[in-house]
Write a new protein. Structure first.
Length: 302
C-alpha cells in the first residue's frame, strides 16, 4: 500500500510529513482532544455521533478561536477516507483519528502565539489482529492498586482527550502483575467502576444490563449503540454506581468499543466469566445487521 494521506491545518499531505511543532499546546500541555471513528465497507460509521462528541470536547476544553463547522469537518473526513481507501482491500476498513489542540504556544520557542488552533486527521488500516485474541478468548481486566480515574473535578468526563499519563502508568502496573496479559479497569475516587482505556464495560445479570452512570464515564458511541439494541434482544438497561463486588457473580461482562464493537471479558482480577455466550452472539448479530458488516468476522479472518 502506498503512503496514506493525512490532513493538517488546511492541507492534505503524506502521513510522514504530518507533524506538530515542538511548541504546539498538544505537546507542551497535553491539551489535545480527539475522537476515533471506524469505517464499515469504507463508509464512516456513526459519524454524526462522533462529530458531535468531538465538537463538544473542543467546547468543553475551551479552545480559543475554534470556528470549524460540522460541514467542514465532515467534508475533510470523507475526502480523507476517499483518498486512503483507494489501495485498501475491499474486506478491510479504516480507523479515522481526528484531533485538535489550542495551537502553538510561542513562549516555548521565544516567539509570539499565533492564536490559531490546530486541526488534524489521519487514518490507518484497522489492525484486526490486535483484537483477534480478545474476540476469540475474551479480555482479561485488572483493577490497579495505585492508579485511579482522573477526578471529574480536574478533567470533565465528557472530553475525549489525549492526556493519558494515568493510563500509561496503569498499564505498566497491571503488566508487571500479569506479564502483560491484562488491561487496566479504573475505579474513581468513590471506588466505583469507570472504564478501560479502549472500551466501556457493562455487566449482565439476568435480563438486565448494568452500566456505570453516564456522568462518571466518557459518553461512548458504542455504548449508545448497545443501548439502542436492547429492545431487539429483550434486555433492560440500567445505569448505577458499580463496585467490583457488583460484578460477582455476573452472567456476562462485556466490553464495547469503536474498533471491535463487542467482546467478552473472560476474567476480572482473579474471577472468571463465561465467554462468547448467547447474549453476546445475539447482540453482535443485531449490531452487524445495523452496520451492514461483520466486525467479528473481520478480526477472526487471518
Amino acid at each position: 500500500m502506498s503512503e496514506s494521506f493525512a490532513y493538517l491545518n488546511g492541507s492534505y499531505l503524506p502521513l510522514s510529513q504530518a507533524a506538530l511543532p515542538l511548541h504546539d499546546a498538544g505537546f507542551v500541555m497535553g491539551a489535545t482532544v480527539v475522537d476515533f471513528v471506524r469505517t464499515f465497507r469504507h463508509q464512516l460509521d456513526s459519524w454524526p455521533a462522533h462529530l458531535a462528541r468531538f465538537q463538544n470536547s473542543v467546547k468543553e476544553a475551551g479552545f480559543p478561536n475554534w470556528n470549524h463547522t460540522d460541514q467542514e469537518l465532515t467534508a475533510i473526513a470523507r475526502e480523507l477516507v476517499r483518498r486512503n481507501v483507494a489501495h485498501l482491500p475491499a474486506a478491510h476498513d479504516l480507523a479515522l483519528i481526528l484531533f485538535a489542540t489550542p495551537g502553538r504556544i510561542g513562549y516555548y520557542v521565544g516567539e509570539p502565539d499565533d492564536g490559531q488552533p490546530t486541526l488534524g486527521m489521519h487514518t490507518f488500516p484497522l489492525p484486526f489482529e490486535r483484537y483477534r485474541g480478545m474476540i476469540q478468548n475474551g479480555a482479561w481486566l485488572r483493577v490497579p492498586d495505585l492508579i485511579e480515574a482522573l477526578p471529574m473535578t480536574s478533567v470533565p468526563v465528557q472530553i475525549k482527550h489525549r492526556s493519558r499519563m494515568h493510563w500509561w502508568l496503569a498499564e505498566r502496573e497491571v503488566a508487571s502483575l500479569d506479564r502483560g496479559a491484562s488491561k487496566p479497569l479504573l475505579l474513581n475516587e468513590a471506588g466505583h467502576i469507570t472504564e478501560t482505556s479502549f472500551a466501556n464495560i457493562v455487566i449482565i445479570k439476568g435480563d438486565t444490563m448494568f452500566s456505570p452512570t453516564h456522568d462518571t464515564i466518557l459518553p461512548g458511541i458504542s455504548l449508545q449503540t448497545l443501548k439502542d439494541l436492547f429492545p431487539e434482544v429483550g434486555l433492560t438497561f440500567c445505569e448505577r454506581d458499580l463496585s467490583i463486588k457488583d460484578c460477582y457473580p455476573a452472567d456476562d461482562v462485556l466490553l464495547c468499543g469503536t474498533a471491535f464493537c463487542l467482546a467478552s471479558v473472560r476474567q476480572l482480577n482473579d474471577t472468571t466469566f463465561p465467554v462468547n455466550g448467547d447474549v453476546l452472539t445475539t447482540l453482535i448479530q443485531a449490531w452487524n445487521a445495523g452496520v451492514g458488516g461483520d466486525s467479528h468476522g473481520q478480526s477472526l479472518d487471518p
